[in-house]
Design a protein around this ligand. Sequence first.
Ligand SMILES: NC(=O)c1ccc[n+]([C@@H]2O[C@H](COP(=O)([O-])OP(=O)(O)OC[C@H]3O[C@@H](n4cnc5c(N)ncnc54)[C@H](O)[C@@H]3O)[C@@H](O)[C@H]2O)c1
Ligand SMILES: N[C@@H](CCC=O)C(=O)O
Length: 549
Amino acid sequence: MASPMSSLGSSPIPTPANEPVRAYAPGSPERARLEAELDRQLGAQIEVPLVINGEQLRTGTTQTMVMPHDHGHVTGTCHQAGEAEVAKALQAAKDAAPGWAAMPWEDRAAIFLRAARLLQDEFRDRLNASTMLGQSKTCHQAEIDAACELVDFFRFNVAYVERMYAEQPQSPGSAVWNRLEYRPLDGFVFAVTPFNFTSIAANLCAAPAMLGNTVIWKPAPTALLSSHYLMELFAAAGLPPGVINFIPGPAAQVGAQVMGDPDLAGVHFTGSTATFKLLWKQAADNLDRYRSYPRIVGETGGKDFVVAHPSADLERLAPALLRGAFEYQGQKCSAASRAYIPESLWPQLRERLVAGMEAMKMGDPRDFSNFLGAVIDDRAYAKHAAAIAEAKAAVGGAVTEILGGECDDAKGYFVRPTVIVTTDPRYATMVEELFGPILTVFVYPDAEFGPILETCDQSTPYALTGAIFAEDRKAVVQAVEGLRFAAGNFYINDKPTGAVVGQQPFGGSRASGTNDKAGSMWNLIRWASPRTIKENLAAPKDWRYPFLG
Ligand SMILES: NC(=O)c1ccc[n+]([C@@H]2O[C@H](COP(=O)([O-])OP(=O)(O)OC[C@H]3O[C@@H](n4cnc5c(N)ncnc54)[C@H](O)[C@@H]3O)[C@@H](O)[C@H]2O)c1
Ligand SMILES: N[C@@H](CCC=O)C(=O)O
């Protein structure tokens, strides 16, 4: 496939394939290696520096890093950027831009393919362990995120960029040669990243960088351990200084300074809807200062649903709800958090949910028999505990019963898997995002499948993920049609989580984001500013039209 700016001829990118998920079975060598790395990081007391223009910087103003499942255990400290460091990072991104943009595509691609390869090998345990300790993921949840999804993001995105670059206009006849030059944006990109996926944090920086952009990265304050190892991975892969500048710091202050810079050319965000709207408003307020219109790409909150039809297969519905709602403590933007269940299925489903929830062990992810860890921090814990307390107070009113519901923050921020059963399809936890292990169920009369699809579509502002469970194909068709705009990722007889790069491009619309589909060409297109070049190989020598005689 042809590539622009090539100094090496035309060399196809190696064909990507999804990274196999390791099992970490008891006694396996991979488990022993991961356990050793967990022990190493636990005793390390790391000091995380800023990284600006490839140089580590320590400001002396630090944030303490703790583990959600053992908040008394400090894993280290992280230096915080102030105004001067943000200014320095902005300058570094601008200074590095021309050299990075001029680097031949094959060489940029090779850096990210090298990052993928390093992550498959020596960096895998480092990233998995830091994600387990810092973000309280089990080994499986860390593996599918920090290792597999990130390897996939690197390898598939490089292949998508190659396809995108190959997309060229026609040049009919022999007199013209038309070309599209895929320039980077005219300025830097601001990557603002969430706590819940290490792979998303890396990809929000790497995707614009692949296209030749330089990046300012503000990481989440609750994912600093893994963010630090990501910076080490980028450096080990040979990313030149200044391409990704790492500036942890106070969000509002760092955000306002970066958003006010005239050279801001793009925002690559994943996080809450509220923060994204704030960034968008800041962009609007600064519009007259900017040299160009910044590309604003954001994947945000959700109120992801499962609708079951009376024909649904209970054997598959129950595990889908248990895993879809409670894996990683419900802290996936895709997690099922509301379910519409026909009354004929509810008694049996309830039994299965109770059995599953009670069997789910919760605790420190270093104990590999745990299915769940803790929620991310005290704020999240307080929010979930308050929602459960309110629901308990509503029993006998809009709430019929609560399954689970125990909370305990003595050692870690632990919230047991909880199901709230409501008689009101617009009850608070049916419509508002909680981002925790809380599923709200509305039980509907079997005959009201049509109206329930409408309620599902209309009752929240979000449209991220959703699922229909039905064996009756007509019901599937009805749901696919009726819920067309209710979810950007729609699942038939499957849980609404677990999108795989290269298979289910991810993103939602309405209040859930700009739906630019992470891990696909659609996202990458946002980071290029194409220039059309027409070359006339036989320009006319006479200005007169032939018909003028
Ligand atoms: N749609 C998706 O693909 C997707 C994926 C993951 C997470 N999410 C969403 O993310 C949210 C959870 O993540 P979170 O708690 O990290 O979200 P958050 O909005 O609290 O934080 C996200 C990032 O924004 C930063 N931030 C906060 N205020 C800011 C400001 N004023 N200026 C600049 N930056 C600011 C934070 O420090 C963090 O780096 C949930 O709503 C979840 O649905 C969505
Ligand atoms: N891509 C992930 C969700 C990412 C958001 O947190 C999934 O499909 O479960």
